[in-house]
Ligand binder design. Structure first.
Ligand SMILES: Cc1cc2nc3c(=O)[nH]c(=O)nc-3n(C[C@H](O)[C@H](O)[C@H](O)COP(=O)(O)O)c2cc1C
Length: 353
């Protein structure tokens, strides 16, 4: 199953493993650096059928750190266009950009400098659905007013338009891991009393408007995906039933795939990050209920015998794999070779297998 084709929108993936988006915190003034060429260059030749580029900020206030990749001005567009051209010359597989707004998780230190902590210098005031701190030692964000909500919508639209011009094959909207869209979706972080808070449909309102606007830009030629949260892993948070209904709405708006993730709205939750295939059971339940939508998931999926079983049992269509590709960008190639799937191995490397 792993090496079977998979259609997403009008693109044909040559197997069912995608590189998961992974922040590198290595941009220069929002633009890709030499590190991005090295990092993504090896990943497009890794045997994966698709690469999702790291969380990319739609605005200055929407960055996580001062070193984030960004796509909100023409300089970002020009440099990302160069990067896409370089990657496509190496291997012409679908390259997706993950667009995101950090919300109250912004103004952070780069994690290897100081993890889970907000900046004291070069900081900015973050924005969220409600004035609730991310965690105890974090500053209060500003609750977005109507004008700021319209600006957020516009920022996503502008970045999507730039992503199309840069030559990306698709866009993944980051709606999980406690970032701004998730902050609107979750009752843990959204206690608004207006049209964007309270009922489930009000909490869904901004995310759905973003999807609606972006679908108009991506149309039929580009892939539109979303990383969504199946559960907040908290008593009063989002549960599977609610996320299932949300994904049905995403499908109606023309989303081509979802990557089922979970957690992140609070630092400490009941999520067991050590478990194999952490979110497979969520994905399985969602796939059972929703047909004609590519369902992927992420988290501890690198045991390929296990993954083969998970795919055969129709739990997921696509695996988004992260850390194993960082540790060894060629790990999938050896497995492909064992399965006689030589077409995934670059000709230049064939003698090594
Ligand atoms: C260094 C690093 C950076 C990450 N950055 C992002 C990101 O930009 N966007 C995102 O949705 N997930 C991000 N993640 C989560 C991964 O995409 C992936 O879902 C997670 O690592 C679980 O998959 P794995 O067990 O295969 O690593 C990141 C993970 C790592 C290790």
């Amino acid at each position: 199953m792993i090496f079977k084709n998979l259609k997403i929108g009008n693109k044909n993936l040559q197997n069912r493993i995608s590189v998961s988006p992974m922040c590198q915190y290595s941009a220069n003034d929002g633009k890709p650096s030499a590190w991005h060429y090295k990092h993504l260059g090896s990943l497009v030749c890794s045997g994966a059928s698709m690469v999702v580029v790291e969380s990319t900020a739609v605005s200055k206030v929407g960055r996580i750190t001062n070193q984030d990749l960004c796509l909100y001005n023409l300089k970002h567009l020009r440099e990302l266009k160069k990067l896409v051209k370089y990657l496509k010359n190496l291997n012409n597989i679908p390259i997706i950009i993950q667009l995101s707004h950090s919300g109250k998780k912004g103004s952070s230190h780069v994690p290897w400098i100081k993890s889970n902590s907000s900046l004291k210098k070069n900081k900015w005031t973050t924005i969220s659905s409600s004035k609730i701190k991310k965690d105890e030692f974090w500053p209060y964000p500003k609750a977005a007013n109507k004008k700021e909500i319209n600006q957020i919508l516009y920022d996503f639209e502008r970045s999507a338009f730039f992503a199309k011009r840069a030559g990306f094959d698709g866009i993944e909207i980051h709606m999980a891991h406690g970032y701004l869209i998730h902050q609107f979706l979750s009752p843990i972080s959204n206690i608004r009393k207006d049209d964007y808070g309270g009922s489930i449909s009000n909490r869904n309102a901004l995310p759905m408007s973003i999807v609606h606007k972006l679908k108009k830009i991506t149309g039929k030629k580009m892939i539109l995906g979303a990383r969504v949260t199946a559960s907040d892993h908290l008593e009063k948070g989002i549960k599977l039933k609610e996320s299932l209904n949300f994904i049905k709405l995403l499908k109606k708006e023309g989303i081509n795939y979802v990557c089922i993730s979970s957690g992140g709205i609070k630092t400490k939750t009941k999520l067991n990050t050590k478990k194999k295939g952490i979110r497979v059971s969520f994905a399985k339940n969602i796939k059972k209920e929703i047909s004609n939508l590519v369902i992927g998931t992420t988290g501890n999926l690198s045991d390929l015998k296990y993954l083969e079983r998970v795919m055969k049992n129709k739990c997921i269509d696509l695996a988004f794999i992260g850390r194993p590709f960082l540790k060894n960008p060629n790990w999938l190639l050896s497995h492909a070779h064992k399965n006689g799937e030589l077409k995934f191995i670059p000709n230049q490397y064939l003698r090594a297998f």
